[in-house]
Design a protein. Structure first.
Length: 547
């Protein structure tokens, strides 16, 4: 016997009916019989019937006074459940697999999404969140998670391949870019001094390459030594696409420092295509050869095809041109202020040498990168700065101008398509911003071994896939992803204890703001949650300094 509840939609309205029914077998078939219609009963009365049916074998258990019922706060449930469901929808759960290592890796990804930190902090997070209830894992500490990074690095190619196959048919377009992240220590196996994007002098770094599909969803991540030049990271990406992602009609999109002559040759050997930008000196060389003309930059979007079949797509960005002009004016104002200060100094110090001040000003102009059109003269002991109008016009003629280069034919991709696909590189840049500083914080890199550094970066990539999906689901809600996760984390299980009975979990009805997040993410809460006794503990204790 059971209570059967159904929601019926009719005439634009939803009706709920409750029936008391029983199951029976007739001629080898299971059939159902309605005993009573409980739709007219209150919600409390219906719940009382359900409770009596659940305890029909021991009705004495219902004879419990309210004072005997103990209610405790259980682990945080909402955030872990939502992140798990999103990971499942993206294919991450299946790609990692049901083994213990796969579940530990999945917890590392979930922990990175909810609260960034080291492996130690991930274990502490599992003590207060429903990791065991949702993932059915226990008995792990930070050493298990460190070892799990080794497993992740080893299984990364197969996991990335599985995720690629789960995303559906490929459009054959791959976005690729690199960044670097500095290290706090000097003992990381991949740490080296290189091109410092983070402007952290004296810090070793690692280089990270991220390969995305045409929608900006990460497909593969690779960590290189910190002194690796950007083009040197490109060949391995071509190999990945060829061997791991099926090859076929493939186009790589990379910035002007990524895809150069050797990289283009590598792509052609595989039958791949490219879209990239050329440098300012290359633009000036093409202008000098009359391959390009300045008048083309006055058009919204222009295209030139050479006799050799090379295509160039040209555009001037007016907003960027204004920014560059404003920056130049600001530098000129700084230099003029320095000239005025030098003249004041010479006026108040008669024995000071004007040549010394001129030398300092010329050095300042070089640092400000305005020396090409700036001249200094000394007139009756007063320093005068002048602008060379012709040199300034020559230096500013390409403000906001950029030229794209591709070997795709016009039949395959019109100039607008080429331009739009290159602009899609901003999706990779957004992934780097989120992974490095905004939410996921790939640094500090709290590992030293090469395999664990690669595993750590892979965890961050998988976590970013989830962040990206949540941001898409919650686009219409006035909350950041982190704020949404914080609200979901407030949804905790309630532990109910009755005398002489095992504890049980109840999930309270979420408040409206949490319900809105769940509905937007298309995640449903389970009706029943089995209690588990997690045996998760850290081996490392907080020092007195941190307490």
């Amino acid at each position: 016997m059971y209570v059967d509840t159904a929601h019926i939609r009719q005439g634009g309205k939803t009706y709920t009916r409750h029936l008391l029914r029983e199951s029976y077998r007739e001629d080898g078939k299971v059939k159902h019989r309605t005993i009573a219609n409980l739709s007219g009963c209150s919600a409390e009365e219906i719940e009382a019937v359900r409770l009596a049916l659940r305890h029909k074998g021991n009705l004495s258990a219902l004879n419990v006074s309210p004072a005997d019922i103990e209610i405790r706060q259980g682990p945080s449930y909402g955030a872990v459940h939502v992140v798990y469901e999103i990971a499942r929808s993206l294919g991450i759960v299946d790609a990692l697999g049901p083994t213990r290592d796969g579940q530990l890796a999945l917890w590392q990804v979930i922990a990175r999404v909810i609260d960034q930190g080291s492996r130690l902090s991930a274990v502490r997070l599992a003590q207060s969140h429903a990791a065991s209830e949702i993932l059915a894992i226990d008995r792990f500490d930070e050493d298990d998670l460190y070892a799990n990074l080794d497993w992740l690095a080893e299984q990364q190619p197969e996991i990335e391949k599985s995720l690629f196959e789960n995303q559906g048919p490929s459009q054959g377009l791959f976005l690729y870019d690199v960044t670097s992240t500095y290290l706090e220590g000097k003992r990381n196996a991949l740490g080296a001094f290189g091109y410092d994007r983070d402007k952290k002098r004296g810090k070793m770094q690692i280089v990270v390459g991220l390969l995305c599909n045409d929608a900006g969803r990460p497909l593969a991540i690779e960590v290189f030594p910190g002194n690796t030049q950007d083009p040197k990271t490109f060949a391995s990406q071509v190999e990945k696409v060829t061997a791991r992602f099926g090859g076929g009609e493939v186009t790589f999109v990379g910035d002007r420092g990524m895809i150069k002559g050797p990289q283009i040759q590598t792509l052609h050997q595989q039958g791949f295509h490219f879209i990239t930008a050329i440098t300012k000196p290359q633009i000036e060389a093409l202008l000098a050869q009359n391959v390009l003309q300045m008048s083309l930059f006055d058009m919204p979007l222009a295209e030139v095809t050479t006799d050799a079949g090379q295509r160039y797509v040209l555009r001037r960005n007016p907003a960027r041109a204004k920014e560059m002009a404003a920056s130049r004016d600001s530098k000129q104002a700084v230099l003029s202020s320095a000239v005025n200060a030098a003249n004041e100094y010479l006026k108040s110090h008669p024995r000071a040498k004007p040549d010394t001040q001129l030398k300092k000003l010329r050095s300042r102009a070089v640092k400000l990168r305005v020396s090409g059109w700036t001249k200094f003269n000394l007139e009756e002991g007063v320093i005068v700065v002048e602008m060379d109008a012709d040199a300034l016009a020559e230096a500013s003629k390409l403000d906001g101008c950029y030229v794209l280069k591709t070997d795709l034919s016009q039949d395959v991709a019109a100039k607008d398509v080429v331009h739009d696909r290159y602009k899609d590189l901003a999706l990779v840049e957004q992934a780097f911003r989120t992974s490095k500083t905004v939410h996921l914080e790939i640094r500090p890199v709290n590992v030293r071994l090469e395999s664990r550094t690669r595993g750590h970066a892979f965890v961050v990539m998988l976590a970013y896939c989830i962040i990206q999906a949540l941001a898409k689901h919650w686009r219409g809600i006035d909350l950041t992803v982190q704020e949404g996760l914080d609200q979901l984390a407030s949804l905790c299980l309630t532990e109910v204890r009755l005398p002489n009975r095992a504890a049980s979990y109840r999930l309270p009805a979420p408040r409206d703001s949490v319900r809105q997040l769940l509905d937007a993410a298309q995640v449903r809460l389970p009706a029943k949650i089995a209690p588990r006794r997690p045996r998760v503990a850290t081996k490392t204790r907080l020092t007195d300094r941190r307490k």
